[in-house]
Design a binder for this molecule. Sequence first.
Ligand SMILES: [Zn+2]
Length: 456
Amino acid sequence: MINFIPLGGANDIGASCYYLNIEGTGIILDSGTHPRKFGVDSLPQFDFIKDMNVDVALISHAHQDHIDSLPYLVQRHPYIRIVTTPQTRAVAEITLHNSVNILKEQLKDEITIRAYTHEEIDLLIQSIEWRAYEEQFTIDGYRHSSKESIKASFHDAGHILGSAGTLVEHKGRSIFYTGDINLDKQSLLSGAQLPKQKVDIVILECTHGATDSTHLPSRLEEQLRFTTCANKILNRDGSILIPVFALGKMQEMLSTIWRLMQKGSLATTDIYTGGVGRKISTVYDKNRYTVPYNDTDLILSDIPQKDLYDVDHLDDLMRQQCIVLAGSGMIIENTLSYKLTQRWLSQPKFGIFTVGYMDPETPGYRVRHSHKGSLIQLTNASEPQNVSCDVEQFRFSAHSNREGILEIVQRLNPSTVILVHGEHGSIDWMGYSIMKKFPHIKVHGAEIGKQIILFE
Ligand SMILES: [Zn+2]
């Protein structure tokens, strides 16, 4: 029998975590936290599997919403085997240590859960086993009741460095979890490589299900518009703030901006980056020959950058012209991009460019939907502010658009699809479209704690 239970990231984006039980072997697919929730609320609902076998965790990539609750999973199941790609392991070493510092601050008044320590992360990273793309390995658990072994393999998901779709095969039946996936080429990474094997069940991400992409501009058109908007601001001596995720978006945007400056299309100015994003760039550099990579000659660490953490006071930044790539991508409160946004908004010559996904309940979403001359309240508790700067929205997504997600379904042609990792509107559109286009495919919308029996 094969069962599936979503523990997080079902009809929502955040705390991705899914449990598969294949004839007694318990498999966890991802173990993330919710980026805008705190404490216990940010974790997947591990209690649903507290009396079940938990043998192995296969982690698709190192974004917070897919990996950050792994230390809590290990506290509950100390003997769990963890497998990732080598790149995900290398990135996670940086991001999980960084989360220790953030969690300490967030959880200082919390009694139900404590922040994990740097020592726990060191031990965790040492225990992670790594497997290259397309390398098959067995994952039988201690109480595996079948004579036949369970095989697993990772497949390049084209989303961030080391990201993988996970294929699990047993007795001629196969389940493919897309993780976060992108079929299209980005600035640095080539697109996803789908498994060549037959796939029966797809656990499918639906991030962009609600966005009509038929009339969206191409990456090249978007790059042109970005250049025009940026030059307009730089030519009037203004500065540009680009909120980015330290992992993935920072590296993609840095390489895009640098190439445009090198070509002479974008006015040259100082580029500010900093913190964990800079460390992650070195992992990208080291791995540019180990994964499909568009430009192995481009070394991110060699791009001239000033360090945001060398600036004594953020107000000093307002007196010089620059482009700032600052975390967090969704402008979460108390982060650098939040503090800079507060300052940027009052500057008529400046511009804020958003470049990726925004959760509707984040300040980033409010910024994205504001415009010069409007009023904005960054959070429910903050004072309304005038938007005096330019606000521009660009689409440099690291996820496939909804037509791309349908293409994945078409190419894999499974008998069943389980929809995960999307807001209600996205899941609804995707479910409806799959049923209409591929009536032979059975569609499930994942719900936290609700078991689906995949095979009797
Ligand atoms: Zn991701």
